[in-house]
Design a protein around this ligand. Structure first.
Ligand SMILES: CC(C)(COP(=O)(O)OP(=O)(O)OC[C@H]1O[C@@H](n2cnc3c(N)ncnc32)[C@H](O)[C@@H]1OP(=O)(O)O)[C@@H](O)C(=O)NCCC(=O)NCCS
Length: 410
């Protein structure tokens, strides 16, 4: 950690207006519209969020959101961090470090959420604070010439296209049916649902407005896609890009119908989307090479309290393991824990017994949503096996199918 050249004073924010001037400067000085600020303010939780001041002047911000996230085994409370920003003239003096550490220590002392999560502008920032990479997205680009999909059983679906606001009820109904399907997904109330369809003209970057495609089965919504088009021409031939923001379907036939409709949009040359790494479309493509998925980091997870965190998720197998955890920034985690898992969940208690595995809380964070292979971490030398067979047993228990995914940036 850097030495503070001036120790920042940290206090709870009073309102979004405490945060926005510093955040705006830190993100490059773009002025935002009243609509942007109203939307950011609608999810902002002043009492939980921090402002850092030096000499009375605001120079750092850190928003904290109360999220309900799907974990392996069911939904649980997770603290979301966002708008971690430091004024350009106060960087590299430890302001961010002070804010992030304060948030982690406050969560622990208050017995609040035992886990924190964030999406980040730059993937290299948060490992030092014990955040592990817990979910990834696969960026796919499917070209029109490679749009053939294998047949999916389940019958025909009707597709309707319109403005997202016309279909608000359908979107909410489908999302509610899909939110429990993958770890990393966040429950959305009306305020967060409104953010999902936010379509600020000054953020479109030359693309068209947000559109919505809804599929129905016997008159009931069974899937939707939010997308927009970007015009492009190549030698007078239209090669528009269809860029998908969200796609959810409650059954395979509805998902396939959405992809077929997206790949068949008039003037389109390709469809691009950030998808779960095990998205069904990757299995459906007749030409699987064409999608050329590229992995990108998504959720970074921080275990605040090892015992409470490991008890609030489910496990895929029965195990009885002693974990020796290293965590210099949250020293209450620096000890051995006995984790017993089974169909009912996990029980995690401090123990003096000999350890089976040695790992950091950062790597526990990476494992938390079930999307990271413990075998991979062990082969990378990040998890140390002290009892033969412990890596394999823990890997099976921690893994979750389907893979985690979070379509929301908070
Ligand atoms: C990223 C940001 C918040 C860092 O704030 P800061 O107060 O300068 O950070 P600190 O001084 O506390 O730095 C702590 C450590 O993180 C490192 N670090 C800071 N920014 C980093 C970056 N972008 N990439 C990698 N490491 C970074 C520092 O070098 C320092 O390392 P050290 O502990 O080895 O000395 C600030 O640069 C910023 O506002 N950037 C623009 C907004 C942004 O991208 N925010 C992140 C949103 S999730």
């Amino acid at each position: 950690m850097p030495e503070f050249s001036a120790v920042p004073e940290l206090s709870a924010a009073d309102s979004w207006e405490d945060i926005s001037p510093v955040a705006e400067l830190a993100y490059g000085g773009y002025g935002h519209t009243a609509e942007y600020h109203a939307s950011a303010a609608s999810i902002f939780e002043p009492k939980r969020s921090l402002v850092a001041r030096i000499g009375g002047r605001a120079c750092g911000t850190c928003a904290v959101y109360s999220l309900e996230m799907t974990l392996p085994g069911g939904p649980a409370a997770v603290a979301g961090l966002g708008y971690v920003t430091v004024a350009p003239d106060h960087r590299r003096r430890g302001v961010m470090s002070a804010m992030v550490l304060r948030v982690l220590h406050t969560l622990h002392e208050a017995g609040a959420e035992p886990v924190a999560a964030l999406n980040t502008t730059e993937a290299g920032i948060y490992g030092r604070f014990g955040f592990g990479l817990a979910s990834q997205a696969a960026k796919v680009r499917i070209h029109r010439h490679a749009r053939d999909l294998r047949e999916t059983a389940g019958g025909e679906r009707t597709v309707r296209i319109g403005a997202p606001e016309e279909h608000a009820a359908a979107l909410a109904a489908v999302y509610a049916q899909c939110v429990g399907e993958r770890p990393g997904m966040l429950r959305r109330d009306a305020v967060w649902a409104a953010r999902a369809v936010l379509d600020l003209p000054d953020h479109r970057g030359g693309s068209g407005r947000l559109l919505c495609m809804v599929v129905e089965e016997e008159g009931e919504p069974s899937g939707y896609a939010l997308y927009r088009l970007t015009a492009a021409w190549e030698d007078s031939v239209p090669r528009y890009e269809v860029s998908v923001r969200e796609l959810f379907a409650r059954d395979p036939a509805s998902g396939t119908a959405l992809w077929r409709a997206l790949l068949d949009v008039d003037l389109a040359g390709s469809v691009v989307a950030d998808r779960p790494v095990d998205d069904p479309v990757l299995a459906l493509l007749a030409d699987p090479r064409s999608a050329a998925p590229v992995l990108r980091d998504q959720l970074h997870v921080r275990i605040v309290d090892v015992d409470r965190a490991l008890e609030q998720r489910g496990y895929a197998a029965e195990t009885d393991l002693v974990l020796d955890v290293t965590d210099p920034l949250c020293p209450w985690n620096e000890r051995r824990f006995r984790l017993r898992t089974g169909p009912e969940g996990g029980e995690c208690r401090p123990t003096a017994a000999a350890a089976d595995l040695e790992l950091t809380s950062r790597d526990l964070g990476a494992l938390y949503l079930g999307g990271t292979s413990l075998v991979q971490l062990a082969r990378a030398g990040l998890v140390r096996e002290l009892r033969p067979g412990a890596v394999r047993a823990a890997a099976t228990a921690f893994r979750h199918d389907p893979a985690p995914f979070c379509p929301i940036v908070f």
